[in-house]
Design a protein around this ligand. Structure first.
Ligand code: KG4
Ligand code: ZN
Length: 336
């Protein structure tokens, strides 16, 4: 394979990110986060996100090229998130990538954001072996996927309502902790007792591999409103209890999946993969089953263009990358 230098762009939600990769190595991976802007609204406001992407995209690309010590003329491929995501956010990245590819006369590779969360695990010398089971946990998705080879995915189960990240975000909002909820809840949880509140483990008793997290926020709301004194201890205890319930459910379903499917490795992916408790429990589960375990570095868990570039690199290497000129945003894109 000829040496390639990929410029990757990610703008699916509220992070504007650009990365440069050479021969599958991430040389730079810059993320301009809009968290501060959206936190006052308690969630992502699509119009605000799109406007910010427009402001940030060129400086972020410029900086990522500088950091990687590359020029636009060194770029051999442009990769961009096609979906899933917010359409107005996706369009900023796609239009920028299209224009660059056209101006440089280089191929444009559309990338599935969910696939990229999986490829965040393909950074080191030791690569996951197939078949592999993957738990993808983000703000919009919760799924267990069987991967039998590059580009070969089978969806085994997913959430029927809220995603795990959404459960963190919504509980954080009702506890008055702000956005995004995951990091806030896990910080408060450090001071709390995970056994203090008996919260449900939705659908865990069922044999299928689906999840349901929407009832959890209602259970937390019920416990929260019932208490007369609302102090730091209560918030810490509820945070610890909700985190425990989410992680228990995720690990429990992963255990079920491992009973049904013989695999060589397990992988974690998505923003919620940054959660310390989940990382620990996931690692322990793999150890117990004697499976090789892959958990992305923290900076590769939440949205970043480095993972988009990795998905493009492996797509090219295994000749499954689709090269397209006139790509469209696909907000509801599925993993196939
Ligand atoms: O993958 P991601 O950056 O964006 C999507 O593709 O959705 O995931 C964002 C989600 C948010 O719901 C956020 O609360 C959650 O990841 N998250 C965490 C942690 N860091 C981010 N959840 C739990 N613990 C964390 N430390
Ligand atoms: Zn994501």
């Amino acid at each position: 394979m000829k040496a390639q230098t990929i410029l990757a762009i990610e703008t699916s939600c509220d992070e504007t990110s650009a990365a440069v990769l050479s021969k599958g190595r991430i040389l730079s991976n810059l993320v301009a986060s809009q968290i501060q802007l959206h936190s006052k609204y308690g969630g992502v406001v699509p119009e605000v996100a799109a406007r910010e992407h427009v402001n940030a995209i060129i400086p972020v690309i410029d900086l990522s090229l500088k950091q990687a010590k590359k020029r636009l003329s060194n770029i051999t491929h442009v990769a961009v998130t096609q979906g899933p995501g917010l359409v107005t956010s996706l369009l900023v990245g796609i239009d920028t990538a299209k224009t660059l590819a056209l101006a440089l006369n280089k191929p444009l590779i559309p990338i599935n954001h969910l696939e990229a969360h999986i490829y965040a695990n393909f950074t080191e010398e030791k690569r996951p072996k197939f078949p592999a089971l993957i738990l993808i946990v983000s703000g919009g998705h919760t799924m267990i996927v069987l991967m039998r080879g590059h580009g070969d995915y089978r969806l085994l189960g997913e959430t029927v309502d809220d995603a795990a990240g959404e459960a963190f975000d919504k509980t954080a909002k009702l506890l008055g902790l702000g956005y995004p909820g995951g990091p806030k809840i896990s910080k408060r949880a450090e001071m709390g007792d995970p056994q203090s509140f008996k919260l449900p483990r939705p659908m865990l008793a069922q044999k299928n591999l689906n999840f349901s997290f929407s009832g959890l926020k209602t259970a937390v709301l019920y416990e929260f409103t019932k208490q007369k004194t609302k102090n730091k201890k209560l918030v810490a205890d509820l945070s610890a209890s909700v985190q425990e319930a989410i992680v228990d459910t995720l690990i429990g379903k992963m255990e079920r999946a491992l009973e049904k499917h013989k695999v060589k490795s397990v992988m974690l992916g998505g923003g919620v993969a940054a959660n310390k408790l989940l990382r620990e429990r996931f690692g322990n589960l793999a150890k117990k089953r004697k499976l090789s375990c892959f958990i992305p570095k923290l900076e590769h868990c939440t949205d970043n263009a480095g993972m988009i570039g990795l998905a493009a690199h492996y797509g090219l290497k295994h000749k499954i990358a689709i090269i397209q000129e006139g790509i469209q945003a696909v907000p509801g894109m599925e993993l196939r």
